[in-house]
Design a protein around this ligand. Structure first.
Ligand code: IPE
Ligand code: IPE
Ligand code: MG
Length: 249
């Protein structure tokens, strides 16, 4: 943590000693934002891409160690081909525009999800960004892309069964730590704060394992309107909660 320069906090209500270590965001509401502004869904997603920059910047400035962003779920393939193409085109555009800045800020980008189904160009841009930033140490930005939590957990189970079948692992060694170690980002298997924008009260197949004891903040704000102040508000709310993890003093 020492390499992050101490910066003034944006919101005096935030206690810098009790920041969440890992924030995860379900970036929802681009479509509704577009509808409200009389724009196309594509324009809504474009506005949403700007919010990604603010979230990363805000977390980096505060010294948050890990930010996980839900960008595209395994279920989002059910959308129209046009919308899916727009989303991946925007992703490529975003990476090419932002990667230098991300790298300069010592941020490591990681992928939660499977590369296999991604359009070729999006996969190549993403691969470039992952490789370029792989050695960075100030903060991790995990992008959940073609991500499904059930797929992730099933994959962990498959890896474990292969290891047991090969004799590399005994069945009694399959415990919580063994499963956590086979998730996409084993070192971020615990989320402290989950934010969902645009008011839906559901997880939509996001980080089912990792959210076990996360504090959940749902805001009616639509993702394209989610700015640094909204991020601070969510952290303030997080800090007002009593996290008990099942225990009592
Ligand atoms: C979030 O906005 C972006 C993705 C899911 C990729 P939506 O597109 O889900 O917006 P709404 O829910 O239709 O408003
Ligand atoms: C969750 O949002 C996925 C992302 C934000 C990437 P959705 O808009 O796809 O979720 P549902 O369909 O409302 O559950
Ligand atoms: Mg949605």
């Amino acid at each position: 943590m020492s390499e992050i320069p101490a910066r003034p906090h944006m919101d005096p209500r935030i206690d810098p000693a009790r920041l969440p270590n890992h924030i995860a965001i379900i970036m929802d509401g681009n479509g509704r934002w577009a509808e409200r502004h009389g724009l196309t869904r594509a324009e809504g997603h474009e506005a949403g891409a700007r919010g990604v920059r603010l979230a990363i910047e805000g977390c980096r400035e505060m010294g948050i160690r890990c930010l996980t962003l839900y960008a595209f779920s395994t279920e989002n393939w059910r959308r129209s081909k046009t919308e899916v193409n727009v989303l991946f085109r925007l992703m490529s555009k975003y990476i090419r525009k932002e990667v230098a800045e991300i790298h300069k800020n010592n941020i490591r980008v990681r992928l939660l999800g499977e590369m296999d189904r991604l359009p070729v160009r999006a996969a190549a841009d993403l691969r470039y960004c992952l490789d370029l930033t792989a050695g960075n140490t100030a903060m991790d930005v995990c992008v959940a892309l073609n991500y499904g939590s059930r797929t992730e957990i099933a994959r962990a189970a498959r890896l474990l069964s292969e290891e047991v079948a090969d004799g590399r692992l005994r069945p009694e060694q399959v415990d919580e730590a063994a499963i956590a170690a086979r998730l996409y980002a084993p070192d971020h298997s615990e989320v402290d704060l989950l934010v969902r924008t645009s008011g839906e009260l559901r997880l939509s197949n996001f980080l089912l394992w990792q959210l076990s004891y996360a504090e959940i903040v749902v805001t009616p704000t639509l993702w394209p309107d989610f700015d640094k102040q909204c991020l601070c508000d969510a952290i303030v709310e997080y800090q007002l909660r009593a996290r008990r993890f099942g225990g009592r003093p």
